[in-house]
Design a binder for this molecule. Structure first.
Ligand SMILES: C[S@@+](CC[C@H](N)C(=O)[O-])C[C@H]1O[C@@H](n2cnc3c(N)ncnc32)[C@H](O)[C@@H]1O
Length: 289
């Protein structure tokens, strides 16, 4: 993908990514809004670990951080947003765009060094929210994600990862399994992973890690559990090059990918007794490729 000042951006594909992100965050916010309505008020917690400037390079379109704020305001969900950007110039743009809001905190530097400041040690009933990870290539470090979701009271925070399999993972054809996408998912403590159909030659996809598997809702938006038949087909292609797929497709036991996919088949109870389908903010899926 072409880079603009160090941030991957494509006029062709980035609008698709942002449209998908808007749908996904709208789905999360809608579900959590339903939980707050039923079980008492709360605030949606949003971490954008790689926020960029919060907008497109020409500043004409919102980026992930701005889309999140727009959707939370549109759906009327109270929130706290924590935005992280390592690059000083991009951080200044991000702060200028969103930093004036009381409920938005912007951090300059590596998110790994700063997420601890966003976690409250206070005893609190379960927090709900989402961590968004949108690297230029692949995810190389999941420590900050685990720091959040293993902190007391934060285990119901879900994870959304946007990656390009061909850029971040499959180039080194001899990569060990731990450096493939399944290794990344294995390293994050979430019970269930959902996957969306990869698109373009870069094989961009979104992966949702959740302990609140409202599968019907996610299916409407094109996401399937990685251990479903459809999910396995996509996940296998994400992890292996075309040559490797040919080599392993008839003997998956050679590498164990089919049998040992991360995620479990929907055992977790819906938290707090809320029912699937609670919530609002269901959005229509545009015709994505
Ligand atoms: C693909 S861009 C993010 C785009 C943004 N999510 C959007 O949709 O508008 C990735 C950004 O992550 C930043 N980044 C990469 N690693 C980081 C880290 N460990 N901590 C903070 N920022 C990081 C990069 O500087 C870059 O600006």
């Amino acid at each position: 993908m072409p880079q603009h000042n160090g941030v991957g951006y494509s006029n062709q594909y980035s609008p698709i990514k942002q449209a998908q992100f808007r749908i996904v965050i709208g789905t999360f916010l809608g579900m959590v809004k339903g939980i707050f309505k039923r079980w008492g008020p709360g605030r949606f917690q949003y971490w954008d670990l790689m926020a960029g400037t919060g907008q497109s390079p020409d500043r004409s379109k919102p980026g992930s951080a701005a889309i999140f704020v727009e959707e939370a305001l549109r759906l009327g969900v109270p929130f706290d947003a924590y935005l992280f950007e390592q690059n000083l110039h991009r951080f200044h743009d991000l702060s200028a765009l969103l930093g004036h809001r009381d409920n938005v905190s912007c951090f300059q530097g590596l998110h790994q060094d700063n997420v601890g400041m966003t976690l409250s040690g206070k005893n609190h009933r379960a927090r709900y929210g989402m961590i968004y990870v949108d690297p230029n290539g692949g995810v190389s470090d999941t420590s900050a994600i685990n720091e959040i979701i293993t902190a007391p009271g934060y285990d119901r925070v879900d994870v959304l990862i946007h990656v390009a399999a061909n850029d971040g993972y499959k180039r080194g054809k001899t990569k060990p399994i731990g450096e493939r996408i399944d290794g990344v998912l294995d390293s994050i403590k979430k019970k269930t992973w959902l996957i969306r159909e990869p698109y373009t030659a870069h094989q961009w996809t979104m992966l949702v890690g959740t302990d609140y598997p409202a599968f019907d809702r996610w299916k409407t938006h094109g996401f399937f559990p990685v251990d479903s038949e459809q999910g396995q087909e996509w996940f296998f292609k994400l992890n292996y090059t075309a040559a490797e797929q040919k080599r392993y497709i008839n003997r998956p036991e050679a590498i164990g990918v089919i049998q040992n996919l991360p995620g479990v088949p929907c055992p977790s109870p819906v938290p707090g007794g809320a029912k699937e389908g609670d919530g609002e903010g269901q959005l229509d899926l545009p015709n994505l490729p």
